[in-house]
Design a protein around this ligand. Structure first.
Ligand code: G3H
Ligand code: 13P
Ligand code: ZN
Length: 309
């Protein structure tokens, strides 16, 4: 079974008011945890790989892991480049078998973002591959760079961007952010649903993407801190807000930090309770199970895509 493209996935998600989960993968246990959850929920899936993940695990290993997941589950799975920094990285992923790429020109001036996005779209579309672009900048940590405040997407720019570039989906900034520290302590989490509504009114039927959509479950943060971690002020986006977004034009929701937190909390707890263990399978198995449980939770509480494979 070949990798899926997101085109049909997004068309159905848009019509039926749910979103597809895009989960970051870096190693075998993460791929297995995510895909086992999707299999049990019969959900379509996007596995996404950042430039950092490609550097860590190598392109060839990640491709084979995702191919194995396809064979094992029979699910519609798209393989997507997350935050492609430039044309060359996107080209390399397209040539190397990905079915979707993101070109992240969001930190570039508008005209330059259009130019590089268009270049990627021309190369990708000629090969049947879809492209995600981004307008507006999320606050938070990304590739070790800390962006202090949101540059919310300007709805008056979205039509021009989509028309001039030909992108297939658009990531927008409405107050989500990357990492585990999305709001300051005491700050009330909120998203700019007014911007989302204006963007979707200007782009009828067009799939919108939300990055930085981890919810940073308090019990996991407590567990990490209980077993020697130091993340006292970690705060995420409430799941009910994301569920609301998934019912609208938002067709893809990116989640990475919640999986990292689930894995880390489990490994920390494991060593606290079993300090003599040294076989990696003893702590990676519960870590993989924790990822599976977290992805199931997202499919049900946030995405609403169970049974849609
Ligand atoms: O948005 C970024 C993703 O969470 C991937 O993070 O660049 O550390 O792999 P990474
Ligand atoms: P989180 O850090 O909120 O999980 O966001 C991940 C993301 O947007 C990957 O592109
Ligand atoms: Zn992102």
């Amino acid at each position: 079974m070949p990798l899926a493209t997101t085109k049909g996935m997004f068309e159905r998600a848009y019509k039926e008011g749910y979103a597809i989960g895009a989960f970051n993968v870096n190693n075998m246990e993460i791929v297995q945890g995510i895909t086992e959850a999707a299999k049990e929920e019969n959900a379509p899936l996007i596995l996404q790989v950042s430039a950092g993940a490609r550097k860590y695990a190598k392109h060839a290993y990640l491709m084979k892991l995702v191919e194995a997941a396809l064979e094992d589950t029979g699910l519609p799975i798209a393989l997507h480049l997350d935050h492609g920094p430039d044309f060359e990285t996107c080209k390399s992923c397209i040539d190397g078998g990905f079915t979707s790429v993101m070109i992240d020109g969001s930190s570039r001036p508008f005209a330059e973002n259009i130019e590089v996005t268009k270049q990627v779209v021309e190369y990708a579309h000629a090969r049947g591959i879809v492209v995600e672009g981004e307008l507006g900048q999320l606050a938070g940590v990304e590739d070790d760079v800390q962006v202090e405040s949101h540059s919310y997407t300007d709805p008056s720019q979205v039509q021009e961007f989509v028309e001039k570039t030909g992108v297939d989906s658009l990531a927008i900034a409405i107050g989500t952010s990357h990492g585990a520290f999305k709001f300051k302590p005491g700050q009330k989490p909120q998203l700019r649903f007014d911007i989302l509504a204006e963007v979707s009114a200007r782009l009828p039927g067009f799939p919108i993407v939300l990055h930085g959509a981890s919810s940073v479950i308090p019990e996991l943060v407590e567990k990490i801190n209980k077993y020697g971690g130091a993340m006292p002020d970690a705060i995420g986006i409430p799941e009910d807000m994301l569920r609301e977004a998934a019912k609208s034009a938002v067709c893809k929701i990116n989640i990475d930090s919640d999986l990292r937190l689930a894995m880390t909390a489990t490994v920390r707890e494991h060593f606290a309770l079993h300090p003599a263990d040294f076989d990696p399978r003893q702590y990676l198995k519960p870590a993989r199970d924790a990822i599976k449980e977290m992805v199931k939770r997202k499919l049900v509480n946030v995405l609403g895509c169970s049974g849609k494979a």
